[in-house]
Ligand binder design. Structure first.
Ligand code: DHB
Ligand code: FE
Length: 281
């Protein structure tokens, strides 16, 4: 049977992708972040994942404001990097796992989570930047990727609690897939940041570090947090952190932290990555 072997929370700051794409990772601005990543990459590599379910938000690239699915699962075998205005990133195409994606769609919908099915979808920095963080610059991404898109762009986004519950439904779905696949679930976005308006540039380190700590052994607090609280404490785009709850919900109650890096600032944003595994008894 398939099983979830790890969970990752990770920011998806576009400037991190650009730093990698344009050879800037050794610049002094970027070394505090990029020098920390080999350890995370080794942990991921050692897990030998076959598939990453990559939870992210589309930033009006694949979906315009004409159509806003709350949750959309990519069921295709191929997803092209989206053109976000500067041409698509020069990174490998993202290869899907259609059979597992359809199984998750069926299982979740029958479990009363009505996912939108995306048979064709370009993937923007929300999806491709975490892949760079996890895998650096390979010729081909070393895993199949199931993109799971969440609306955090247009009010009302789903609650953190709804996201957590979807994560639990995804765990049930994965664990009922008959093939022996090793699956990692990644929740992306955040951490605290606001890109617009009077509070543009907001970063709240205390909030972010508490959110990371609580993922381990006090996630009820994160899960019950309201939209207002996320936005007040972590800025308008800090709401992206609800997506980490899908990752957290897909793991067991008891988890162990295997890696963490938190760095301010990466462009306008607090960058965070945390790697989790189910605790073995
Ligand atoms: C930026 C954009 C994002 O989508 C994000 O999550 C963080 C930062 C940016 O434009 O800097
Ligand atoms: Fe974002």
């Amino acid at each position: 049977m398939a099983k979830i072997v790890g969970g990752i929370g990770c920011s998806h700051v576009p400037a991190v992708g650009a730093a990698s794409d344009f050879g800037k990772t050794k610049d002094s601005y970027w070394t505090p972040l990029f020098d920390a990543l080999p350890k995370a990459r080794k942990w991921i590599n050692d897990l030998r994942p076959d598939v990453v379910i990559l939870v992210y938000n589309d930033h009006a690239s694949a979906f315009s404001l004409e159509l806003i699915p709350t949750f959309a699962i990519g069921t295709a075998d191929l997803f092209k990097p989206a053109d976000e205005g500067y041409g698509p990133r020069d990174v490998p195409d993202v290869k899907g796992h259609s059979a597992l994606a359809w199984h998750i769609a069926e299982s979740c919908i029958l479990d009363e989570f009505d996912l939108t099915i995306a048979n064709h979808m370009d993937v923007d920095h929300g999806c491709t930047v975490p892949l760079t963080v996890f895998f650096d610059q390979p010729e081909e991404w070393p895993v199949k990727v199931i993109p799971l898109c969440v609306n955090v762009i247009q009010f009302p986004p789903p609650t953190a609690n709804r996201c957590f519950n979807l994560g639990q439904a995804i765990q049930r779905a994965v664990e009922s897939f008959p093939e022996d696949l090793r699956v990692v679930v990644a929740g992306t976005g955040g951490m605290s940041h606001q890109l617009q308006g009077e509070r543009a540039g907001v970063v709240n380190t205390e909030f972010d570090l508490t959110y990371l700590d609580n993922l381990i052994d006090n996630n009820e607090v994160n899960r019950k947090m309201s939209h207002l609280e996320f936005i007040r404490e972590a800025g308008s785009e800090g709401i992206e952190m609800v997506m980490w709850q899908i990752m957290r919900g897909s793991l067991d109650d008891q988890v162990e932290e295997k890696f963490r890096k938190y760095h301010v600032a990466s462009s306008n944003t607090a960058f965070g990555i945390i790697c989790l595994e189910n605790k073995t008894v």
